[in-house]
Design a protein around this ligand. Structure first.
Ligand code: DAT
Ligand code: MG
Length: 153
């Protein structure tokens, strides 16, 4: 089916790891029907994080954001599926957890904008840039998901 190979970059931030929310967050993407094609657990370098958030470098919260993202390990993932970029953002909720609806990850699991537990790409273009930044091509795994017919018809 057209469009089911769209990919997004999702990262569980250091607070999500510390609060033991890794399984809960992965469960939501799995149960929705998305396909995991890449995953690693790493303590990201400041250099990588500054590049990842380079569009925010002039914002007053940038230094604090980099410190927080560098405070501990993160789970970096690539998920694949129909409209996964847009649907992933819906599943995350709004940037500020206070504006996020119940049922979303941020709406259910966190409270403050500076500790919002998860990152998700905001467009197909930024997803491709972020995937290239965080993963080598050989770290992404191609495989057939045997549930595709059940999920997409
Ligand atoms: P998102 O993570 O929803 O894509 P963003 O790209 O605008 O949001 O900002 C990246 C991160 O920066 C966000 O997840 C948390 C932090 N941030 C955004 N706005 C902030 C603010 N006004 N004060 C403090 N941190 C903020
Ligand atoms: Mg963003």
């Amino acid at each position: 089916m057209a469009g089911i190979e769209e990919r997004t970059f999702i990262a569980i931030k250091p607070d999500g790891v510390q609060r033991r929310l890794v399984g809960e967050i992965i469960r939501r993407f799995e149960q929705k029907g998305f396909k995991l094609v890449g995953m690693k657990f790493l303590h990201a370098s400041e250099e990588l994080l500054k590049e990842h958030y380079s569009d925010l470098k002039d914002r007053p919260f940038f230094a604090g954001l980099i410190d927080y993202m560098h405070s501990g390990p993160v789970v970096a993932m690539v998920w694949e599926g129909l409209n996964v970029v847009k649907t992933g953002r819906v599943m995350l909720g709004e940037t500020d957890p206070a504006d996020s609806k119940p049922g979303t990850i941020r709406g259910d699991l966190c409270m403050h904008v500076t500790r919002n537990i998860i990152h998700g790409s905001d467009s197909v273009e930024s997803a491709n840039t972020e995937i290239d930044l965080w993963f080598q091509p050989e770290e992404l795994v191609s495989y057939q998901n045997c549930t595709d017919d059940c999920i997409y018809g």
